[in-house]
Design a protein around this ligand. Structure first.
Ligand SMILES: Nc1ncnc2c1ncn2[C@@H]1O[C@H](COP(=O)(O)OP(=O)(O)OP(=O)(O)O)[C@@H](O)[C@H]1O
Length: 387
């Protein structure tokens, strides 16, 4: 559908984009991600024919943008960061004007405008003047003008920028629906937008594409290891020793909060030697129905609760070590309070690719609940610009 071949745009200051190379297949929704000044808008303006590349070629559905700009542009709908609206016009008058401009034949115009008004939820506002619309509805108007001529490819520059959370949800839903019939390239600073909308992400940094893939595959392709964060109730040293002894466990590291707690516990409990677990403890899986108190939980014998051990366990060869951990801890009757497979978030990957900051995936794990919350539709977690 779209071929961008070795495209560069050099501005006078030598910035811009350099040898950008990617293609898009029909039906894809591709997220275009990058810090401020990375080259997203420049690339989108070249794809839509508003800016000529210094080098390279762009073809839309086989049509060269350089050789057939008019025909190629008819296949594209473009929503720039600021929608190109005429505030004094009414909704219907504006769409009529755009229909004329795009050369939609007169007898098709009424139907087409009616379809777009319905699709974008603009019914009842046809006579309203654009100036009086909310920001969310202005954005709907921007999308309406982009799809009016029924283009194959939609190019959307930060389509939810500046909207409130409710409007963001609405516009994302619209983009999702538009993605059913259109190929979509959308730029954003908002990482959850990629996770909720896109089946592919392109990351651009300092004018170069630094990553291209499915959001879920990116972590894997970056050599991510298999890691599990774990919260276990049991004698600390025994839990650590048992985990380290499991096959395919490469390392067991206390999480940041656990290190501090362990240091405090060690100081206060130094008088009482830590008991060792009983390897012959019952193997009934630690079921609640068991009446016998296990010898492996000696901390309870003096009435005190055993400590909670929080660690990050890394596996060799990306082996899934969760079952082995579960069965061994159950055997020893050390209850697992929480176990979570950790992976680099898109935010981790983005930082790794666009800054020199080392990314320690364990660093985020203490607040992994917050990370999960990132999937919330209205979450506005933006990437801080580091370009
Ligand atoms: N007209 C111009 N003249 C000179 N330099 C420009 C021009 N337009 C963009 N640049 C430079 O080219 C680089 C890429 O800019 P571009 O606007 O494409 O980035 P962006 O990723 O869209 O950024 P943002 O997220 O802030 O919109 C930046 O260094 C910018 O300063």
């Amino acid at each position: 559908m779209l071929e961008v071949k070795q495209v560069s745009k050099l501005y006078e200051n030598q910035r811009g984009v350099h040898s950008i190379d990617f293609s898009m297949n029909r039906g894809e929704i591709v997220g275009f991600l990058g810090p401020n000044g990375a080259g997203k808008t420049t690339t989108m303006r070249m794809i839509t024919g508003y800016l000529n590349p210094t080098h390279g070629s762009i073809t839309i559905d086989g049509l060269s943008m350089a050789d057939h700009p008019k025909k190629a542009r008819q296949k594209i709908g473009y929503l720039p960061e600021t929608p190109p609206l005429y505030p004094e016009m009414s909704v219907r008058a504006y769409l009529q004007f755009i229909a004329d401009l795009r050369g939609i034949p007169g007898k098709e115009q009424k139907n087409r405008i009616g379809e777009v008004i319905e699709r974008l939820g603009l019914q009842g506002r046809e006579r309203q003047v654009i100036r009086g619309l909310s920001k969310g509805y202005k954005q709907r108007m921007g999308l309406a003008q982009a799809i009016l001529h029924n283009p194959d490819l939609l190019v959307l520059d930060e389509p939810t920028s500046g909207l409130d959370p409710k409007q963001i949800i609405e516009i994302r839903q619209l983009i999702r629906e538009l993605g059913e019939n259109h190929t979509v390239l959308l730029s954003t600073h908002i990482l959850p937008e990629i996770n909720t909308l896109c089946n592919r992400v392109l990351i651009i940094n300092q004018g170069r594409i630094v990553m291209d893939g499915h959001p879920d595959q990116l972590a894997h392709s970056m050599g991510e290891t298999f890691e599990v964060s774990l919260e276990v109730k049991g004698p600390r040293e025994a839990v650590l020793a048992e985990l380290r002894g499991l096959p395919q466990v490469a390392s067991v590291k206390p999480l940041a909060e656990e290190s501090a707690a362990a240091a405090a516990a060690a100081a206060s409990a130094s008088a009482a030697p830590e008991p060792q677990p009983d390897a012959d403890a019952p193997t009934n899986g630690g079921g609640a129905e068991s009446q016998a108190e296990p010898e492996a939980r000696p901390a309870e014998s003096d009435g005190a609760e055993p400590p909670t051990v929080k660690v990050l366990v890394s596996a060799q060869d990306r082996a899934d070590i969760r079952e082995a951990i579960f069965y061994r801890m159950a055997e020893l009757r050390y209850p697992i309070l929480a176990m979570k497979k950790e992976s680099l978030s898109l935010e981790d990957i983005f930082l790794k690719l666009t800054t020199n900051e080392p990314v320690d995936s364990a660093a985020d794990h203490s607040d992994s609940a917050d990370t999960d919350a990132d999937d919330s539709e209205a979450n506005q977690k933006e990437v801080s610009p580091h370009a």
